[in-house]
Design a protein around this ligand. Structure first.
Ligand code: SF4
Length: 176
């Protein structure tokens, strides 16, 4: 039987959701029998092939994030968003309370331990308002949590393998 092809991407995030994906423990051995991970931050393959399932972690916070989200959406049949940042903007969306100059100054000047290193605008992808992925592309499946519970990730993937779009039970909507 052909394996289900999966590609994943991380946008504005802490990578905790990908860590939670790996945290399904020994179940990952079973999943490896039926899933083929193609382009992911873990495999470090940069270009998305056509896949069955795309998974995005992180919010859309700049033009590059938006390009990646649109690119993966164009290459997958089903798009799953993983974690509160991807589902709702999460902690990344706190940046929306401040203007861009204030944020860059705080990050690269006030809090910098190596002196003034404010990059020029050419060095950074233009920042946008922080948005959940669903404000940019169509999303088929939401798996919230910060990070999502490994059981919820396993459940969502298992449902997809059965040909169903997963609807998570309420008790899986939290981390424990
Ligand atoms: Fe990190 Fe939480 Fe955002 Fe996932 S949802 S990327 S764990 S901050």
């Amino acid at each position: 039987m052909a394996k289900v092809k999966v590609a994943t991407a991380w946008l504005d995030c802490c990578s905790g959701c990908h860590m939670s994906l790996l945290d399904v423990d020994e179940v990952i051995v079973d999943l490896a029998q039926v899933l083929e991970f193609t382009a992911t931050p873990i495999t470090d393959i940069k270009e998305f092939p056509d896949v069955d399932v795309g998974i995005i972690e992180g919010a859309v916070s700049n033009e590059h994030d938006e390009e990646v989200a649109r690119d993966l959406r164009a290459h997958c049949k089903i798009l799953m968003v993983l974690g509160d940042c991807a589902c709702f903007g999460g902690i990344c969306a706190m940046r929306n309370l401040f203007d861009t100059e204030e944020v860059l100054d705080r990050y690269y000047h006030t809090e910098s331990t190596v002196g003034d290193i404010i990059p020029s605008s050419e060095d950074l992808p233009p920042l946008t308002k922080v948005r959940p992925v669903s404000e940019v592309v169509k999303v088929d499946c939401f798996v919230p949590g910060c990070p999502p519970n490994a059981k919820a990730i396993h459940y969502a993937i298992s449902e997809l393998l059965e040909g169903r779009v997963p609807v998570l039970p309420a008790e899986m909507m939290r981390f424990d």
